[in-house]
Design a protein around this ligand. Structure first.
Ligand SMILES: Cc1cc2nc3c(=O)[nH]c(=O)nc-3n(C[C@H](O)[C@H](O)[C@H](O)COP(=O)(O)OP(=O)(O)OC[C@H]3O[C@@H](n4cnc5c(N)ncnc54)[C@H](O)[C@@H]3O)c2cc1C
Length: 521
């Protein structure tokens, strides 16, 4: 990509003379949050800002990335990502950059339980939300009539319950309290929650769970559609999205880890009486800017801002503000040591290459098995497997909150998953698994526990020049591409407010249907 530079060739980042100097913004971290912040800034103040995104790795996109399989040379995602229809800010970002057609939308899922025939799950396109879910729920053949009644009762109660009432409870506490039996929790609520929140119902906050079921299913038709990338994420986000943002005038610097952030002590960053900041690269290069957005994961932020800890704690920017909305004020949300300690949850992607096709469905949700989702090669959706000329067929099985796999050998894991696939897809019985690769990121996502939910900071910090982005800040969303994109827009808004410009809007989601507006509190 021509618009990207590496650390050593990026001296021009600070080279403008004072006279023609534009106000500068450095964004540390080139994942979706950092790219979204750059996109929002360049759109809100075209030509007015000197924007640089600095990324530690050789490529952009962060966790939404891919690797090259050394055996076949094919590029596959570390882990399959999907967005739901309710992820309107992420989808809008892709649309703005002409990439929406590279995500394929599915309004029908298939649930597979080993003891039952396949269950299609397709919400009605005609009934108003939330009634549109009823026929889909009725079609889940592995649930008994009594379990479906329990689920309908639970969903009804959830619609009538305000998030504040349940924010201190875990999902399993609330579900048990509301009379959901363990089998119903395991076969229905957990199936959705573990894949949407990346963690189990006995850990995640019920308020986060409510968001999944209300915003992701009940509030609007189309909210539960899944959008699946048809190209590897490294191409879609790391290259196409990043290039498009660069073409609008954003400088991208890769392979340049930032060591620490400091306030600027020099007049090189003349400001409105407020100092800017300096992002120091590990090789000692200073990137000075009026505003710095730290768009790194929760487990990296502490080391970056360590030297600022005191000033963040003592900053007086919160004067006149609600203390609960300013990171660095004395509430829990401002405790730097808390952010770094957010618990994480692992997700495992099991990549399998077979000698023949094993499934014709594009993807399926697997229930009551170690495997949770299986995807056919997303690049293959528009071709039937039978007509593909490739001599190997690629599948990915995803296991979220995969702590239980830690005690399994890789071979045991592959054997277990393969046996589950053979049971679910008879064609797999005659197929040979030619190669496999297991990729587990132990810090895939932060766990949205009730404690974490209370401590997530806003984009604004007590230091006027420093703003936070990343899926872990307080966006109201769990660790998702949507949360990352919103966080970037919130951080960009802080920069714009300092410039006296209006903040950039955050899309509030799909409009609720008339009945949903009446029923959902
Ligand atoms: C296995 C897995 C499966 C997932 N599945 C889904 C899914 O299906 N749907 C969904 O919506 N979301 C999914 N997610 C979550 C989604 O990937 C993340 O929420 C999102 O990508 C986070 O973006 P981010 O920019 O906040 O953080 P990141 O992507 O982590 O980006 C942060 C960037 O900062 C860089 N960085 C860190 N330290 C420094 C430094 N010192 N200097 C410079 N740069 C630095 C990192 O290299 C990285 O590129 C999944 C995540 C994982 C890991």
């Amino acid at each position: 990509m021509t618009s990207m530079t590496s650390c050593t060739t990026s001296e021009q980042a600070n080279s403008q003379s004072a006279g023609d100097r534009k106000r500068s913004v450095v964004i540390v971290g080139g994942g979706l949050a950092g790219l979204s912040a750059a996109d929002a800034l360049v759109a809100a103040a075209p030509g007015e800002l000197d924007i640089t995104v600095i990324e530690a790795k050789r490529s952009l996109g962060g966790r939404a990335g891919s690797f090259t399989d050394p055996q076949s040379g094919t590029v596959v995602d570390y882990c399959q990502h999907v967005a739901m229809g309710c992820c309107t800010n992420f989808i809008a970002l892709m649309k703005r950059h002409g990439l929406a057609d590279q995500m394929k939308r599915f309004d029908r899922l298939t649930f597979l339980h080993p003891g039952h025939p396949p269950s299609p799950f397709q919400p009605s396109r005609w009934l108003p939300a939330p009634l549109h879910l009823m026929s889909a729920l009725a079609g889940l053949r592995y649930l008994s009539a009594a379990q479906k009644r329990q689920i309908r009762r639970g969903l009804w109660k959830l619609m009538r319950t305000k998030p504040a009432v349940i924010e201190r409870l875990t999902a399993s506490q609330w579900l048990t309290q509301e009379g959901q039996d363990p089998a119903t929790i395991r076969l229905f609520w957990d199936v959705i929650l573990v894949s949407a929140l990346g963690d189990e119902s006995n850990r995640v906050s019920m308020a986060a769970a409510r968001k999944v079921f209300i915003d992701g299913f009940a509030a609007a038709r189309g909210a539960s559609d899944v959008h699946v990338p048809t190209r590897p994420l490294s191409e879609l986000i790391g290259q196409s999205l990043a290039s498009s943002i660069a073409q609008r005038g954003v400088r991208l610097v890769c392979h340049c880890p930032i060591d620490r952030l400091e306030p600027s002590e020099t007049s090189e960053v003349p400001t409105d009486g407020m100092h800017g900041g300096v992002a120091w690269s590990v090789d000692g290069h200073p990137y000075r800017a009026d505003d710095v957005i730290a768009a790194v994961p929760w487990y990296r932020i502490e080391s970056l801002v360590q030297s600022l800890d005191d000033s963040i704690q003592q900053g007086d920017r919160s004067k006149g503000q609600d203390p609960s909305v300013v990171a660095g004020s004395s509430n829990d949300g401002g405790r730097l040591d808390r952010w770094g300690q957010f618990p994480s949850s692992p997700i495992t992607g099991l990549h399998l290459w077979t000698d023949r096709p094993i499934m014709t469905l594009p993807h399926a949700v697997m229930v009551g098995t170690l495997s949770q989702w299986v995807f056919r090669s997303p690049c293959d959706f528009d071709r039937s497997s039978e007509s593909s000329n490739d001599d190997r067929y690629y599948y990915q099985v995803v296991v979220s909150a995969s702590r239980q796999t830690r005690s399994m050998s890789q071979q045991d894991l592959v054997d277990t998953v393969w046996a589950e696939l053979v049971h679910a897809f008879p064609a797999a019985a005659s197929a040979q698994c030619l190669a496999h690769r297991v990729v587990t990121d132990p810090r895939s996502v932060f766990s949205v526990t009730p404690d974490v939910q209370r401590c997530r900071p806003p984009a604004r910090t007590a230091l006027p020049w420093l703003h936070l982005a990343g899926d872990w800040i307080d966006t109201g969303w769990p660790a998702t591409m949507e949360g990352a994109v919103i966080s970037g827009r919130l951080a960009a808004s802080e920069v714009l407010l300092r410039l006296g410009l209006p903040p950039c809007p955050v899309d509030a989601g799909l409009p609720r249907g008339w009945l949903a507006r009446r029923l959902i509190r």
